[in-house]
Unconditional design. Structure first.
Length: 194
């Protein structure tokens, strides 16, 4: 069967299990970007996000993670797997002492966002705003962060988020509302300090 952009995930996965590398490449191209963005925003580390994505796809390839098309879409399944892998990765940190806030050094001075190259003022301001949103997302409790990222940045429904996070829809609604409120407070506090 010829692989096209319209080839369903189920068919691609069947071909992957039959050993067809082009089907795996098509699945990877289709789902890697959103999965990586979720993992990056969720854990805050590009290296960890890349590792999480790799582990998701390797688990799918080897059969370690068993996808059932009757229970939902592959994308939602992969988000759920990534979420669980991130929680597993973060678990040891919860037992350690809390880290200092990422936006201040030991002396309490505000940290400067990293910038690769100077650009027009609008670009710099947009980059600074995006960095502040990332920092604020990083300060949210993980369960609030999941709901906000999946709803606001990946346009998933309450039901889809409930399935990924394995909670009730009401819990998704409350986590989203509380996460948005906390995010707004962090951003408001930062804007007032600037």
């Amino acid at each position: 069967m010829t692989i096209t952009p319209a080839t369903p995930d189920d068919e691609l996965l069947r071909q992957v299990r039959a050993g067809q590398a082009p089907a795996f490449a098509a699945l990877y191209r289709r789902h890697q970007g959103p999965l990586y963005r979720f993992a990056l925003l969720r854990c805050g580390s590009a290296d960890t996000a890349a590792d999480i994505v790799q582990e998701c796809f390797m688990g799918l390839l080897t059969g370690r993670f068993a996808f059932d098309a009757l229970r939902g879409t592959l994308q939602h399944f992969l988000f759920g797997v990534a979420r669980l892998l991130i929680l597993k990765h973060e678990e040891p940190r919860w037992r350690e002492f809390p880290l200092p806030e990422p936006d201040a050094d030991d002396a309490g001075n505000a940290a400067e966002p990293a910038c690769d190259a100077a650009g027009p003022l609008a670009r710099v301001l947009a980059d600074e705003t995006a960095e502040e949103v990332r920092r604020a997302l990083g300060r949210l409790a993980p369960h609030y962060r999941d709901a906000v990222i999946l709803y606001e940045l990946h346009d998933l429904s309450y039901l889809e988020i409930a399935t990924i996070c394995q909670v009730d829809i009401g819990t998704v609604r409350s986590r989203l509302a509380r996460g948005r409120a906390a995010l707004a407070n962090y951003l408001r506090a930062h804007a007032g300090a600037a």
